[in-house]
Ligand binder design. Structure first.
Ligand SMILES: [Zn+2]
Length: 132
């Protein structure tokens, strides 16, 4: 009996010691993801700023139309890549979020005009028909 208590205490001690370590490593992982997320958001803002810059340069006549168009296309493609990466990090693709949006039961349609409304809406925001 004493041996069993000793084993249980040893196991409990191991769990007590190991548990915070496990939690810490999990936190580290989610922190790394958040950090990556921040990097991507920062990069996205940089791209938007760069696009504003080339817009300005183009309007000022500092950029030729071809240069402007190709630069803009490059930035656009990078922005799209970043958006997709951010979507993946948020744990869903746009297609999946659309499906879950239709499934959540909060979306209804106006019987009068067919506009999309929310379950809690009393009146249709498009035509004003009473929904309840
Ligand atoms: Zn309506």
């Amino acid at each position: 009996m004493v041996e069993i208590i000793g084993i249980v205490l040893t196991l409990l001690t191991i769990v007590f010691v190991a548990y915070p370590l496990l939690q810490k490593s999990q936190r580290k992982v989610s922190f790394a993801v958040n950090h990556q997320n921040e990097d991507l958001l920062a990069r996205k803002n940089e791209i938007y700023a760069a696009v504003r810059d080339i817009d300005f340069d183009y309007r000022m006549g500092k950029l030729s139309e071809e240069d402007y168009a190709s630069l803009r296309e490059q930035y656009k493609q990078e922005a799209v890549k970043i958006m997709h990466a951010l979507d993946r990090m948020a744990g869903h693709t746009p297609a999946e979020s659309k499906r879950s949006g239709a499934k959540d039961g909060n979306t209804r349609f106006c019987h009068a005009c067919g506009a999309q409304t929310q379950r809690e809406d009393e009146f249709c925001s498009a035509c004003g028909a009473r929904l309840k």
